[in-house]
Design a protein around this ligand. Structure first.
Ligand SMILES: [Zn+2]
Length: 247
């Protein structure tokens, strides 16, 4: 195999001085098979300190193309800005499931959706709002919705989950994070959710104090597979991007 598909000769890696969080080195020339010459000058302006964000700022002075292989030149004007921006970003993932039962309202993203069944739970069981809340809490490392609003606490019986989500958003902001973007997917075999999507987006954007453009909601069936497909429950997933920075 190795003879038939020879690996290209790779340029030598620059020596990395001791120290985990930063290094300063320059690669003057890197040979690429075929005789073409690639000159990459890599300069790291500032090394980050342990305990702070681990961001490597890379300044590429020159990058030549070698044959068909292209080298991307990235120029970071101010390493401090780059470090602050990248070091302050967090992503979060939230996932929630509630059972579909008779005699309950179906509330998704704060919208009361007409349906023969609704989601069961201690609160209003808004599975979408719960997934978004957990995404925010995950990104800010502030626990999860069950920890914040225990289902054993009568205070939250029948609670409006959009109100709970508003509390979570406030908590995240108190921790110094700005909410940048949220995207969600709801898995439900029935009912068809697309007619309610814009209303759900509007509710979430309002409670999160985000532009509606920064809130994505998609809906899918599971092709009759699993508990969602059997209409035993509805699940939701959400991701969010937070930034603890001055951008
Ligand atoms: Zn829930």
């Amino acid at each position: 195999m190795t003879e038939k598909f020879p690996m290209p000769k790779m340029p030598a890696m620059p020596e990395v001085p001791e120290g985990i969080w930063g290094f300063r080195d320059a690669v003057d020339k890197a040979g690429v098979e075929g005789g073409a010459e690639t000159a990459v000058k890599r300069e790291v302006g500032e090394a980050n300190k342990a305990g702070e964000a681990s961001v490597t700022a890379v300044e590429v002075g020159e990058a030549n193309k070698a044959g068909e292989a292209s080298v991307t030149a990235v120029e970071v004007g101010e390493t401090e800005i780059a470090a602050t921006l990248l070091g302050g970003l967090r992503i979060g993932l939230g996932y929630d499931v509630h059972a579909l039962v008779e005699g309950r309202k179906l509330i998704l993203g704060g919208v009361n959706i007409p349906h023969a069944k609704g989601l069961d739970g201690h609160s209003d069981a808004d599975v979408l709002a719960h997934a978004v809340a957990d995404a925010l809490l995950g990104a800010s490392r502030a626990g999860d919705i069950g920890k914040l609003f225990p289902d054993t606490d009568p205070t939250y019986a029948g609670a409006d989950s959009l109100v709970l989500l508003g509390h979570v958003a406030a908590l995240v902001r108190e921790e110094g994070f700005e909410i940048m973007d949220v995207d969600c997917v709801i898995a439900a075999q029935n009912p068809k959710l697309s007619p309610y999507r814009d209303a759900m987006r509007a509710n979430l954007s309002k409670v999160l104090a985000l532009s509606i453009d920064s809130v994505g909601i998609k809906a899918t069936t599971t092709e009759h597979l699993g508990f969602v497909g059997r209409e035993e429950g509805i699940s939701a997933q959400a991701v969010c991007l937070l930034c603890r920075c001055s951008c």
